[in-house]
Design a protein around this ligand. Structure first.
Ligand code: SF4
Ligand code: SF4
Length: 266
């Protein structure tokens, strides 16, 4: 039976936004109780991207011609809700030493992905209970190839998060949020009648701001990062696949830990 949810008293957009944010914030604890997981997350950062924003419209050009547009996923899409679940600091610190990712890092990555699916399913139920719609592409996490040297995603969570105002890109190709880069992004396409956010104005990467730092470049054990040339995605992906063999997850994250933007926007 469909669970009943109370629609905010009017359809004022800020009330819908606030209510949805509360649903996301409170779900972590619900999920932990339900599954018994010992993984914890920081309070989520949440943004609302305009489905028609130029930062989304250009993704077919800058990522892949097959990148989804919100309306491919949900006809009549208006808003993509994007959220960042930051890892606890002990998880980031655990991944500093060595060239291989730590077991705790890999476990948290897997637990976060599992939590995201349940959280999105809960949000979909909430939104549909209000009389609106929500969806996510089934292959949202798939990595595709365009020729031997071109790896892409059909639904880039980080670029959606950028459009939703959650942060700006660092030299390490991560989105630097107010809570840093140590965590993961997820999203949900909706037809909610809420006002969208705009991309952040402040540049969060020290190097992009002032030409100083570059700590993430030095942290990458295989030289996939550089200040002068674009991130070498294929090199990075090869490393992720190596670690997948032992840790069961495509993880690394060395360039996001032990640097000034790990836990905050510097
Ligand atoms: S470590 Fe420094 S250069 Fe690299 S992304 Fe963070 S702030 Fe930018
Ligand atoms: S994830 Fe690992 S391999 Fe990829 S750029 Fe960062 S440090 Fe390098």
């Amino acid at each position: 039976m469909m669970k009943q949810f109370t629609l905010p008293t009017t359809e004022k957009t800020d009330e819908i936004r606030t209510t949805l944010c509360r649903e996301i914030e409170s779900y972590y604890e619900t999920y932990r109780r339900k599954t018994g997981t010992d993984t914890q997350w920081k309070s989520p950062l949440i943004g609302f991207a305009d489905a028609d924003a130029p930062e989304i419209r250009r993704l077919r050009k800058i990522i892949s011609p097959t990148h989804y547009m919100p309306e491919d996923i949900l006809p009549g899409a208006t808003i993509v809700v994007s959220y960042f679940s930051g890892y606890q600091e002990e998880v980031g610190k655990d991944n500093i030493e060595g060239d291989a990712p730590s077991e705790l890092w890999a476990k948290t990555y897997g637990d976060t992905n599992a939590m995201f699916l349940e959280l999105n399913s809960h949000l979909k139920e909430v939104i549909e209970g209000w009389g609106f719609h929500a969806a996510l592409p089934e292959d949202y996490g798939t990595i595709g190839t365009l020729g031997p040297d071109r790896i892409y995603s059909n639904w880039s969570q980080r670029h959606i998060a950028y459009a939703a105002g959650l942060g700006t890109f660092g030299i390490n190709n991560m989105l630097i949020t107010l809570n840093g880069t140590c965590g993961r992004f997820f999203s949900l396409v909706t037809d909610l009648p809420v006002l969208p956010d705009r991309p952040a104005v402040r540049e969060n990467c020290i190097y992009k701001r002032s030409g100083k730092c570059g700590a993430c470049i030095r942290r990458c054990p295989i030289g996939a990062l550089s200040a002068e040339s674009p991130f070498i995605r294929e090199k990075c992906y090869t490393k992720l696949r190596v670690h997948e063999k032992t840790l069961k997850e495509k993880v690394c994250g060395k360039c996001t830990v032990g640097v000034p933007c790990t836990f905050r926007a510097p």
